[in-house]
Design a protein around this ligand. Structure first.
Ligand code: HEC
Ligand code: HEC
Ligand code: HEC
Ligand code: HEC
Ligand code: HEC
Ligand code: HEC
Ligand code: HEC
Ligand code: HEC
Ligand code: HEC
Ligand code: HEC
Length: 446
């Protein structure tokens, strides 16, 4: 029996050492396919560049507001090489200059006098990240400046270090800086909330317990729905029932709640009318005058000798009550009240519609929360001129930084806390569209 020798040489001979120099059918096919794919890609690349100007790759789904323009890439993307008469616009249309956005939008720059740099629109309004709210910008867009704020040509007038609402954000300005006299000057009214919120307050006929809504009604939006703020307090609706403006024991009429000039004219006219229609009463009073008590704080009133003088004295007496005890209960006056029949000058009342003008706030969104949970001092404050605005700690109970724009779904128990929620960046609340009425063909395909 012969044993077949299995040397390496013999084994090696079985293989064709030049196999790689010849083209196997499979290999040939591979080459062909690769070449065809490359050619097709080049052709597609070339034609799309020429025909559509080179918007090739989609970076991701459009925001819901712009989705309708999604097919019209050129509304935002501008070619790198500008089109001429001879060439179409070339280059991948990668650039999205601010001018493209500003063709459709008005977006005022932020504090143009104080900032030098204006970040690109797309650095804050991220496109191609899906159906998110495009205006829900990330905090980084703001904190790039506000974490260490610098203002051009002069001192920064606001807090310099603001990095997040839940972390580093100043207490609201009126609570931080306002003194009692500044607070008093804000409305020029005398009013004590705690006093009026006591249960069983003396009412017109029986004890009552007032609600915030007795005096504060929500504003109406232009669309007829509840507006963001509260209407100014109205004397006629909320005060007169308990603080009536009677001025003479003979009359049931009350003074109008108007300027002292109007009130004076009304008082004179009503007393003159009374004297005309009740001559016997007037005559009896002139006769019995000494028995009447002089009013405190008044110059001694000469005894009236005729109807004319009776009228003068009665007007002075009525106005002494009004100016001091009635109007003077709520209105402050810089000057001493007149004692000679002149008219008083009260400080002009103002009821600011916004106490925190640097931010947006909407009451209707928060209607689930009781008024006094935010305006805690409205029940407890004994000082007349305390600011009743909620502290930042109150807001942070819900706006606690545990959810972020475009981040994970809101976690239960937490409200959004991004800067965009509460602040206006563009100087006005509704950055608007400038273009309107474009032909449909320019906006959408199909
Ligand atoms: C409403 C405006 C808008 C429209 C319409 C739009 N894009 Fe964009 N796109 C942007 C913005 C903004 C960027 C971010 C680029 C920047 O910061 O300059 C961007 C980025 C891109 C990028 C990434 C570019 C890069 O340099 O990283 C691609 C790719 C892209 N878009 C493709 C498209 C395509 C394809 C279409 C049409 C189907 C389209 N876009 C339509 C606004 C738009
Ligand atoms: C062809 C016109 C057009 C262009 C170009 C355009 N937009 Fe818009 N944009 C619209 C329309 C229409 C809306 C939706 C209607 C509205 O909000 O008034 C909108 C909405 C928005 C909103 C509000 C979205 C929201 O969720 O509330 C922002 C922010 C915005 N655009 C920013 C941009 C930026 C940034 C660019 C440039 C990258 C841009 N737009 C380019 C037409 C345009
Ligand atoms: C530093 C970040 C930032 C930059 C840069 C920026 N925006 Fe805004 N933009 C915001 C924020 C925050 C809001 C939402 C608050 C507001 O209305 O001011 C907003 C709102 C808007 C709105 C209105 C959205 C609505 O719901 O009504 C439009 C439109 C808009 N921006 C367009 C632009 C355009 C165009 C540019 C570039 C010229 C630009 N933005 C640059 C942050 C920015
Ligand atoms: C390019 C830098 C820059 C960016 C980005 C920036 N700010 Fe400002 N911001 C300023 C300057 C400067 C001032 C003015 C400071 C002063 O008056 O001393 C200011 C003032 C403010 C004020 C106080 C005055 C006011 O308007 O009530 C607020 C609030 C504010 N910015 C919010 C924001 C928000 C929210 C963002 C992001 C959407 C933002 N800023 C992005 C530079 C910037
Ligand atoms: C939940 C609402 C809310 C959020 C979120 C918020 N702020 Fe404020 N911010 C306010 C209020 C309210 C004020 C007080 C405005 C006033 O006093 O007129 C204020 C005041 C400011 C001021 C002026 C500070 C001063 O010196 O009086 C700046 C600057 C500011 N915020 C920046 C930011 C920045 C940046 C962010 C995001 C990191 C942010 N805010 C997030 C509500 C908010
Ligand atoms: C009897 C009428 C009356 C009632 C009831 C009343 N208010 Fe007022 N409120 C006023 C008047 C008047 C002013 C303006 C005078 C002032 O500045 O104190 C005012 C001002 C305010 C202000 C703005 C001033 C500031 O310092 O912040 C707030 C907030 C407020 N009230 C909240 C409340 C709340 C919350 C309640 C219920 C717990 C309430 N008010 C109940 C009459 C009333
Ligand atoms: C339900 C009845 C009632 C209503 C409504 C009412 N008040 Fe009073 N008010 C009182 C009572 C009771 C007192 C305390 C007794 C007194 O001095 O007459 C008082 C006291 C006052 C004082 C003096 C407080 C002090 O601390 O010295 C002022 C100022 C005042 N009210 C203003 C107002 C204003 C402004 C309104 C309307 C916005 C109003 N009140 C609505 C019942 C009312
Ligand atoms: C119980 C408190 C109270 C009394 C009493 C009172 N007022 Fe007023 N007054 C108010 C309130 C609250 C306002 C703001 C709301 C309004 O106009 O109804 C006001 C507003 C006014 C205004 C308009 C605001 C301005 O400054 O431009 C005038 C004028 C005025 N009062 C005059 C008088 C006169 C004169 C008297 C006395 C006859 C008087 N008031 C009595 C509470 C009072
Ligand atoms: C979530 C907290 C919160 C709740 C709840 C709340 N407020 Fe306010 N309130 C505020 C803030 C913040 C402001 C300042 C708004 C501004 O300046 O834009 C304000 C302002 C006011 C003002 C001053 C006038 C104005 O419109 O700015 C009055 C009055 C007022 N609130 C009454 C009420 C009454 C009444 C209720 C209950 C129906 C109530 N608030 C519930 C936070 C709250
Ligand atoms: C009980 C929890 C709670 C408290 C306390 C609270 N908020 Fe809110 N806030 C919410 C919720 C919930 C929303 C709706 C969130 C959303 O639309 O994403 C909201 C929305 C807002 C918005 C956006 C309004 C809009 O147009 O959608 C602003 C601004 C705001 N809050 C400011 C404040 C300020 C300032 C305070 C403190 C004075 C405050 N919030 C206190 C729960 C709260």
């Amino acid at each position: 029996m012969t044993i077949r020798k299995r040397t390496t040489k013999i084994v090696a001979k079985r293989h064709d050492l030049n196999y790689f120099k010849r083209m196997s059918p499979v290999r040939a096919w591979q080459w062909w396919l690769a070449a065809v794919a490359l050619a097709a890609a080049t052709l597609w690349f070339g034609t799309t560049t020429l025909v559509r100007g080179g918007t090739l790759l989609s970076a991701g789904p459009m925001s819901s507001s712009h989705a309708v323009f999604g097919e019209r890439c050129e509304l935002c993307h501008v070619p790198v090489v500008k089109a001429t008469n001879w060439t179409p616009g070339l280059g991948l249309r990668r650039r999205v200059p601010d001018s493209a956005c500003l063709r459709c939008h008005v977006a005022e720059p932020h504090h143009p006098a104080e900032t030098t740099e204006h970040p690109k629109c797309s650095s804050c309004h991220e496109e191609h990240v899906g159906a998110t709210h495009l205006a829900a910008t990330k905090d980084a867009g703001c904190t790039q400046c506000h974490a260490h704020l610098e203002a051009r040509g002069g001192a920064v007038t606001v807090a310099r270090e603001v990095s997040s609402f839940a972390g580093c954000h100043p207490e609201f300005r009126p609570l931080r800086t306002e003194t009692e006299s500044e607070r008093a000057a804000a409305t020029a009214l005398v009013f004590n909330h705690a006093e009026h919120m006591k249960a069983g307050l003396k009412g017109p006929s029986k004890p009552v317990t007032l609600a915030c809504s007795t005096c504060h009604a929500a504003t109406m939006g232009t669309d007829g729905r509840q507006g963001d703020g509260m209407q100014p307090v109205d004397f006629e609706k909320s005060c007169r029932s308990c603080h009536s403006l009677e001025f003479d024991r003979h009359l049931t009429a009350q003074a109008p709640h108007k300027s002292p000039e109007v009130v004076h004219a009304f008082v004179v006219a009503s007393l003159a009318e009374f004297a005309r229609s009740h001559p016997q009463v007037v005559a009896a009073e002139i006769r019995d005058w000494p028995r009447q008590q002089p009013l405190p704080g008044m110059v001694a009133m000469a005894t009236p000798r005729n109807e004319q003088q009776w009228l003068q004295v009665s007007v002075m007496r009525a106005e002494a009550i009004l100016w001091r005890e009635k109007c003077g209960l709520c209105h402050r006056s810089d000057m001493a009240l007149p004692t000679d029949g002149g008219l008083p000058k009260y400080e002009a009342v103002s009821q600011p519609a916004k106490w925190l003008p640097g931010a947006v706030f909407r009451h209707p969104v928060h209607r689930a929360v009781a008024c006094e949970s935010c305006h805690t001092k409205a029940l407890s404050s004994v000082g007349e001129h305390e600011v009743l605005m909620p502290t930042i700690a109150t807001c942070r109970r819900c706006h606690d930084g545990r959810s972020s724009p475009q981040g994970p779904a809101l976690a239960a128990g937490h409200a959004e806390s991004g800067c965009f929620l509460c602040h206006v960046y563009h100087g006005h609340e509704d950055a608007a569209l400038t273009v309107a009425g474009l032909p449909l063909d320019r906006l959408a395909r199909k």
